[in-house]
Design a protein around this ligand. Structure first.
Ligand code: ATP
Ligand code: MG
Length: 322
């Protein structure tokens, strides 16, 4: 049983339909069976976990069997809540700016690019904070595009905050100069003119800290275990290459590549595809030290049984030191 002061976090990523939900649910079942307190979380806006576990799920953990809890993140609702909070915060910070209609900005912000990605990382932050009593937390991730963007977000946002902080310092220093030049004639005396008194700057520092914590968390080999899922077909391998490039760029650890549905095209796996797969593995093993690989067979049974899933999960469990 894994025991430490906080859980280990497992992420299953890969192209649509490769088996992310199946494998994350299977691993969760096997971990719970081995008496690990396990929480499985769907981050995919098109949730599948309730269908897999044949029970309704909400945005809070539900015990679905001994030691196993499941939840589906409601991104829409979380996005609305965090926007309302941001707008309230802005109202407090910019009490003097009643020219700007902050309420009116809600919809503009709501549909701004990047909002969904922020909603995901804030949800993750909340989960990291709220369920530290678990042994394992498993994430069933959304489609590749959104997943790579939310993993990238802390890196990009930290750069933005750096620029905004420099800008804010300039504003404060201009204010300070004006205060000195105008003396008694300076109208906005109540406005802060130093970093230490400025709530906006404090907010930037605090957000920067949160983002750096997330960034470190994602790239920590001790905390995060990442599983790339592929199927024995060219498209999922091509997408796998893109995922690997992004993992390298953002210093994310990769623990295992799983070829799921192995044997699906056994009769017609062309030499070309075999070579493509071989070169993929040669390449990826060079990039990620100690990377494990494994195969899960294609089960031609319509829907996968609990027994199949348990066997899948035990296989993952055995192949990665959890
Ligand atoms: N090893 C397997 N053998 C047979 N069927 C499988 C296997 N793994 C997954 N499947 C089936 O493949 C389909 C897609 O699997 P799953 O929903 O787990 O993929 P996903 O990556 O989560 O997809 P999405 O990107 O849509 O969320 C499901 O019908 C599932 O039952
Ligand atoms: Mg899925």
């Amino acid at each position: 049983m894994h025991k430490s002061s906080h859980p280990k976090y497992l992420y299953f990523v890969g192209k649509g339909g490769v088996g992310k939900s199946t494998c994350s649910a299977s691993t969760a079942l096997a971990l719970a069976e081995k008496k690990n307190k396990t929480l499985i979380v769907s981050l995919d806006p098109a949730h599948n976990l309730s269908d897999i576990f044949e029970t309704s799920l909400e945005d809070k953990p539900k015990e679905i069997k001994e030691n196993l809890y499941a939840m589906e993140i409601n991104l829409e609702q979380r996005m609305e809540k965090s926007l309302k909070k941001t707008i309230d915060m802005m109202k407090n910070l910019y009490t003097y700016l009643n020219v700007i209609n902050l309420e009116g900005m809600f919809d503009t912000l709501r549909f701004s690019p990047g909002m969904e990605e922020y909603a995901v990382i804030f949800a993750l932050e909340d989960i990291f904070e709220s369920y530290r009593n678990m042994d394992f937390i498993i994430f069933d991730t959304p489609p590749t595009g959104l997943t790579l963007r939310f993993f990238a977000l802390p890196h990009i946002s930290v750069l933005w905050i750096e620029k905004l902080s420099t800008l804010r310092k300039k504003i404060l220093s201009r204010r300070d100069s004006l205060k000195n030049i105008l003396g008694e004639k300076y109208h906005d005396k109540e406005l802060p003119s130093t970093v230490k008194d400025d709530s906006v700057f404090k907010e930037l520092v605090s957000f920067d800290g949160r983002l750096k914590t997330l960034k470190n968390h994602f790239s920590s080999k001790e905390d995060s275990l990442m599983f790339l899922l592929l199927n024995p077909d060219r498209l999922s391998f091509s997408e796998g290459r893109k995922i690997i490039a992004a993992f390298e760029k953002f210093s994310l650890p990769l623990n295992m590549v799983i070829i799921n549905k192995s044997g699906l095209y056994n009769d017609n796996t062309s030499d070309e595809l075999s070579q493509f797969m071989e070169s993929f593995f040669a390449d990826v093993k060079k990039k990620f030290n100690g990377l494990k690989t494994m195969e899960l067979p294609f089960k031609d049974s319509g829907t996968l049984s609990r027994k199949d899933m348990m066997t899948f999960g035990e296989n993952v469990y055995r192949n990665v030191p959890l």
